[in-house]
Design a protein around this ligand. Structure first.
Ligand code: BG6
Length: 364
């Protein structure tokens, strides 16, 4: 059982710092500024031959796959994207020999993801898995992989497994990057950043009371938006996913830049927006969008970094610790887990077993 905790989700959320340490342990190499991932079963020549990376997963695994694609592009400079594994096989996908396919799954049993892996392998493609459960169907179906070592995850809403998926992508990107153009200095910059992640997650979790207060205010609305752009957009998607899964509120993710092309029509006093505004090259544009929302009286929660100037916008502000920009997405995601959890708790829902959902879906 969940022991002293009211739910597995809560317990698993708190386990994140320890879980994050486990996925990193023994895999960081400061001498060469790289990561060691023996389970990938790829030599440096094969690694250098990769021209594209395609990531497949379902639900949260798909959204973290989008974060992973950004990491691969930024660190390894290989074109990368993520796709819902549940759609992939239905469009008779073109499988390329110089593409590295990555299947992401906590359980390793999600049928849609497994069938995507089988489709790729049938057509001669190479697939590696980012999987939590050792010896699971997806892990066995892949050519190699990275085990996530998050420990058993029971709650439907993924927390520690998702965090470790992100860190798994960081390790993969580091290794891919270092056999290509990523410098040893940049490699070590990332390694130092990764080493700080567990304690920074703990820091965010310590601010639970403040986040619970924000969550209670959000829980009162039937409908809300989560917005972000570039690195922040998959964070918004994952935040909306968590929120809708367990609070049953309509939560929709949008690219901040697309707001003016449609959803702005819906912004009003009753429709709050959770905006992801990291301190990066897009901060001032993001802050501009906040003004657009505030002008329509839309309540705002802003997940950002200390020191970011939001101007005179009236917002509930959540600052997360700074790290290397590439690693921001995971630290921006953690408070959104806490928001979803506390909204659901406030509304009196079954946190671990949301209605109509299963932890792993083994049917088509
Ligand atoms: C869905 C769950 O059905 O499966 C999601 O409701 C989960 O929460 C998704 O993210 C993928 O699961 P897995 O085990 O493949 O990571």
């Amino acid at each position: 059982d969940a022991g002293e905790h009211d739910s597995f989700m809560y317990k698993e959320m708190l386990e994140q710092p320890a879980a994050a340490e486990r996925v990193l342990r023994g895999r960081l190499d400061e001498r060469f500024g790289t990561a060691h991932l023996g389970g990938l079963n790829m030599d440096p020549r094969e690694t250098r031959a990769i021209r594209r990376v395609k990531i497949l997963g379902c639900g949260s695994a798909y959204y973290v796959g989008q974060m992973g694609a950004a990491l691969v592009e930024e660190l390894a400079r290989i074109p990368a994207d993520a796709e819902a594994a549940s759609e992939f096989r239905y469009r008779d996908p073109v499988i390329e020999p110089d593409t590295l396919y990555v299947a992401v799954s906590q359980s390793g049993e999600t049928l849609d993801t497994l069938l995507a892996v089988q489709e790729i392998r049938r057509k001669g493609g190479r697939v590696v898995g980012l999987v939590n459960v050792v010896g699971s169907a997806i892990a066995r179906a892949c050519d190699g992989g990275i085990y996530l070592h998050a420990g058993p995850e029971v709650a439907v809403a993924s927390t520690k497994a998702l965090t470790n998926m992100f860190l798994g992508f960081a390790l993969l990107s580091l290794q891919l990057g270092r056999v290509r153009d990523l410098s040893i200095a940049d490699g070590n910059r990332l390694i130092a950043g990764l080493a700080r992640i567990p304690e920074q997650i703990a820091e965010i979790l310590q601010r639970e009371e403040e986040l619970a207060e924000v969550a209670r205010r959000l829980a009162g609305s039937e409908s809300l938006f989560f917005i972000g752009r570039v690195r922040g957009f998959p964070v918004a998607r994952e935040g909306a996913q968590k929120f809708k899964e367990i609070s049953y509120r309509h939560a929709e993710a949008y690219q901040t830049s697309e707001l003016k092309h449609g959803p702005l029509a819906l912004i009003s006093e009753g429709v709050p927006t959770v905006a992801i505004v990291p301190d990066d090259e897009l901060t001032s544009r993001n802050v501009g969008a906040l003004h657009e929302i505030a002008a329509r009286r839309g309540p705002l929660v802003v997940v950002t970094h200390e020191g970011v100037d939001l101007g005179d916008v009236d917002a509930m502000r959540i600052d997360v610790p700074r790290n290397e920009r590439e690693l921001d997405p995971i630290l921006l995601t953690v408070p959104l887990q806490v928001l979803a959890y506390h909204a659901a708790l406030h509304l009196g829902h079954d946190i671990d077993k949301p209605r109509n959902l299963a932890k792993s879906v083994t049917v088509e």
